[in-house]
Design a protein. Structure first.
Length: 167
């Protein structure tokens, strides 16, 4: 192990780090507030509906869903409980092992997602995309994904990428 302290950030690195830290705390609140006012869905609820709509058979194992939206398993369980009460999602016992559960997007949930999508899209464009004009968006997306994908504690439950691939 190296006992020397890391090199200080240069001016550009410091500015980038501080800007990213501000966005990470600011952005979810703004997008969440927009979604709530337009659709009466939280950002977390929207993310669950979106993930399920993209999954085969509109179904995902609860643990995969938790990892995919970066919430704890208990957080996703509470979220699915709320969405289930509103008939947007149903919980189904996993056929492969009998212990796990899948969240399945209902037709009502898909309809709510489709209703929410235009407002969410407008919010994301206004709050984020319109400020990224001229940037190399594929490179930005790859760099931001690498921050999460290459971290050993990437999942909300602390599972490493290798452990998640084994599931």
């Amino acid at each position: 192990m190296n006992d020397r302290p890391p090199a200080p950030l240069n001016t550009d690195e410091e500015a980038a780090w501080r800007a990213l830290a501000r966005v990470v705390t600011f952005l979810p609140r703004i997008i969440d507030a927009d979604l709530l006012s337009l659709t009466n869905l939280t950002l977390s609820e929207y993310m669950v509906l979106m993930r399920l709509s993209e999954a085969p058979d509109r179904s995902m194992r609860m643990s995969e869903l938790a990892d995919g939206i970066q919430l704890s398993f208990s957080g996703v369980t509470r979220l699915i409980d709320r969405l289930e009460r509103e008939n947007m999602v149903e919980r189904v016992r996993a056929s492969t092992d009998g212990r796990g559960q899948h969240a399945v997007l209902t037709d009502n949930g898909l309809a709510r997602l489709e209703q929410a999508w235009p407002g969410h899209l407008a919010s994301v464009r206004r709050v984020v995309i319109d400020h990224l004009t001229g940037l190399d968006l594929p490179a930005l997306a790859a760099a931001l994904d690498a921050i999460v994908d290459n971290h050993p504690d990437r999942g909300p439950r602390g599972a490493t990428a290798r452990q998640r691939r084994r599931r």
